[in-house]
Design a protein around this ligand. Sequence first.
Ligand code: MF3
Ligand code: CO
Length: 261
Amino acid sequence: MHFVLFIFILFFVVIIKSQAEIKKIEAACRIVAEILESLKSFLKAGITTADIETYTEKHIRQRNAIPAFKGYRGYPSSICTSVNNQVVHGIPSRSVKLKNGDIISIDLGVVLDGFYGDGAITVPIGDVGAEALKLMKVTEEALYIGIASAVVGNRVSDISAAVQGHVEANGFSVVRAFVGHGIGRSLHEDPQVPNFGRPGQGQRLKDGMTLAIEPMVNAGTPGVEILDDGWTAITADGSLSAHFEHTIALTTDGPKILTKI
Ligand code: MF3
Ligand code: CO
């Protein structure tokens, strides 16, 4: 008896999904993708991050889905809105108003019929500087390069190493304090998917795994600090940070992006 328990503590439990389960995750992810897409035209200078929260929650509920983040470990909102030097988990607020030149990452998760979808984008507000543009471009590219390594038979850290390699080749740094994750009937399942590491380590990638891959990239050094609200992560050196995330399913035909229209 004790031995069985011990095994469960030692080994990570990666849940393989059936086709029917992947269809349900895909339905949740479609809502995430559509709302993130519609946000691209909603976001503009002058609105507050609380306005984005209101808009997004309304659209989630219109589609009969539930905001996945609200109440998660006490998180107070439906989305995370992280502006400029904020890395992730920024809490929407009446007092944060977007202005020309900002970059903002929106992280959105929903539950539909018991299954989760999770995605994030970083968007420029008006005319942003060259460094910010490059940071967003490299972070999104790193996400796609990571996804391209999410091939059945590879290992988890092959994704990690691919992301890190692209980011560092471009002079930026990957955040170590937060990682991507398995997803399904829970927002966070095993395995963890770091955005750094040597290739060839960790769990073997299998057909039917569903993962949220989410590079967080700082223009400066990789360190982060948490604000007194207990959530908002900012760059330790004050540099800009970007974040992109997709939920994907691993298939024998290669990775399938679910949070894409
Ligand atoms: N995409 C993030 C994650 O998967 C967002 C979580 S915010 C939280 O961890 F509030 F739900 F924690
Ligand atoms: Co996530």
